[in-house]
Design a binder for this molecule. Sequence first.
Ligand SMILES: C[S@@+](CC[C@H](N)C(=O)[O-])C[C@H]1O[C@@H](n2cnc3c(N)ncnc32)[C@H](O)[C@@H]1O
Length: 300
Amino acid sequence: MTVVYHRPSRTTITASIPAAPANSDLANSHHQRQESALHQWRPGKPVAGTPGGGYGRRVPDAIFAHPRLAPIYDTFDGDRDDLAAYLSIAGELGAGRVLDVGCGTGCLAVLLAASGRTVVGADPAGASLEVAKSKDPAGRITWIHGDAATVPALGADLAVMTGNVAQVFLTDADWAQALQGIRAALRPGGYLVFETRRPGRRAWEEWAADTAPVIFDIPGSGPVEQRREVTSVSLPFVSFRSTYRFLADGTVVTSDSTLRFRDRSEVESSLASYGYRVLDVREAPDRPGREFVFITERTT
Ligand SMILES: C[S@@+](CC[C@H](N)C(=O)[O-])C[C@H]1O[C@@H](n2cnc3c(N)ncnc32)[C@H](O)[C@@H]1O
């Protein structure tokens, strides 16, 4: 058997669109930090998530929730050049208490905690959370098994959604509930920062053209082959299937995903409706022209 080791680049940068003007006043006051919920921020303190510890309205995709797929997620996801910008924004905003919504395997949460911040990571995919916890042996981070709509009121300075988490909310109702839930987790004047792919960039066309299998030899899992195919484009929804073959035992696990592509005006309108002011819309520095990065502030 020939095993091809190929590390896919996380993104392909083919164009650059000028960023929106940076807002140098973002961190001007940082407002007084609310102390009322500070007890919730002690490292390792359990915080109740979704009632019953269950999933949200939609069970997370297998790629995040399956016990054999979550441990291999980071390897196939590749380098996380995207996360440095979020660390930098947390610094710019003076955020000491950060909620990572849809934290997945915890890549950003551990970086935020290592930078001295108090961090809560929330995700409805238990298997991903187990991977995340394994990266936090000292228990510095509070992990919540729950979804965006049900995070507790934490008085957070900043909530982040990296890895295009915003696109998993397919219906207007799901998106509204996520925005409302996150808003309730923020202190007044707290920030929500997230990214979403620009529909005009039509990323799905590149995904559809890139069907080559990728194989990694992963400690604990052995060689694993990944194949991906776009199964439906019915804008604003794009669906794709990822198939993983564990070559050591022949197990095949598939994961079906659907993402919603929202345009900038649609996102801005929903943010205004649910109590956020848009402070800036930026490029993702590692993916110019591909994403909108919204820097927003809770208004009331
Ligand atoms: C592409 S991953 C990104 C993970 C992480 N933010 C990162 O950058 O590596 C999307 C994540 O969104 C999570 N997710 C799915 N539905 C969610 C919901 N309703 N609320 C919060 N997170 C959700 C998934 O379980 C998954 O971990």
